[in-house]
Design a protein around this ligand. Structure first.
Ligand SMILES: O=C(O)C(=O)CO
Length: 357
């Protein structure tokens, strides 16, 4: 068993997240000590120092140095390691696992979404996988509210009017948008992020909160949120927010038929994954005013080429996947990932395992 002795980092993480990481128990981990120092690879030099320092207390840590991270460097450094803090969105697949060899027992990503991980390949080799949900909820939820406002109040179109010198000051009908207050908001995927969005909407005096997903959630009561079918949510909502994981079931669930069911005044916000939407169908829906506007933090591909058709639309607010891009969220994700790795190596439950072996 390994020891985790960096009390200040542990304390800081515990204090920061005691409310959202109830299962975190530093004393339990610190009680399990041994002399074995595991080898851990960190795949990006940009993983925050607090997490690296934490790993270094009890492990021999190798860090990939190249920026942008080069897969070849990671593949050169991964053979023989016991654990990996996967600090990029690079494909985590058979190639990595075969190159690492049989010593590799534990990996944690530094993201909530793990659609770039070949989970069956890890499970076949009995490699534990951790990820970092929970700490992403609040920053992504804040950004969602921002995108709702930005799309409903036509931020991008307004900016274009300034650039094109077509700003009109004499009309009361110019650039009118929609309010969140009094609106019906529908959230697709009522997990941690969906619920954090619901929490933030409590102050906006909305008319009704709807959600859909695989199952009805007991937590929905707290937010006065009503479980409805996907179809009903599309037909009724003024704001339709995608906050679900990308799975074979959710891939392109926002297709032409789905956009056709939405109101012409409705606003689509995607903070999940680009592939949740059929992007051509989304383009057509925006271009033809089948829906009013969209706010996108995610799209396909990323980075989106600047000549992508979506970029020509005044009613589409596009930002470059900034969901968790805050100082605090990044450090929190790194710390949770480091704890996942340390706990996995120590034979203790990870803070956030992606699955049970
Ligand atoms: O953590 C993730 O999966 C993200 O995509 C953050 O935006």
């Amino acid at each position: 068993m390994i020891s985790i002795t960096n009390r200040s980092v542990l304390g800081r993480l515990f204090k920061l997240n005691s409310a959202i990481l109830p299962q975190f128990n530093p004393s339990k981990t610190m009680a399990s000590q041994s002399d074995k120092r595991f080898k851990v690879l960190v795949t990006s030099p940009e993983v925050p120092k607090a997490a690296i320092d934490l790993l270094k207390k009890s492990c021999d840590v190798t860090i990939c140095e190249t920026l942008p991270p080069e897969r070849s460097e990671m593949l050169k450094k991964v053979p023989g390691v016991d654990g990996v803090l996967w600090g990029t969105y690079d494909k985590l697949n058979d190639e990595v696992l075969d190159t690492a060899g049989e010593t590799l027992k534990v990996i944690s990503t530094m993201s909530s979404g793990i659609d770039y991980v070949d989970q069956p390949a890890l499970k076949r080799r009995k490699v534990q996988l951790g990820h970092t949900p929970v700490v992403v909820n609040e920053p992504v939820a804040e950004l969602t509210i921002a995108l709702m406002v930005a799309a409903a109040r036509r931020f991008h179109e307004g900016r274009l009017h300034i650039e094109n010198e077509t700003w009109i000051t004499w009309s009361h009908k110019w650039m009118l948008g929609y309010d969140i207050k009094g609106s019906t908001v529908g959230i697709v995927g009522f997990g941690g992020i969906g619920q954090s969005i619901a929490q933030r909407l409590q102050g906006y005096e909305i008319k009704e909160l709807l959600y859909t997903g695989r199952n009805e959630k007991p937590e929905a009561k707290k937010y006065n949120a009503k479980y409805v079918s996907f179809d009903e949510l599309l037909k009724t909502s003024d704001f339709v927010i995608a906050a679900c994981p990308l799975t074979p079931e959710t891939k392109e669930m926002f297709n032409e038929a789905a956009f056709n069911k939405m109101k012409p005044t409705s606003i689509f916000v995607n903070v999940a994954r680009g592939q949740i939407a059929d992007q051509k169908a989304l383009y057509n829906a925006l271009k033809n005013h089948t829906i009013f506007a969209a706010g996108l933090d995610v799209m396909t591909p990323e980075p989106l080429p600047k000549d992508d058709p979506l970029m020509t639309l005044p009613n589409c607010v596009i930002i470059p996947h900034l969901g968790t891009a805050t100082e605090k969220a990044t450090e929190n994700m790194a710390l949770v990932a480091a704890h996942n790795v340390l706990r996995g190596l120590a034979g203790e439950p990870m803070i956030s395992p992606a699955y049970q072996l």
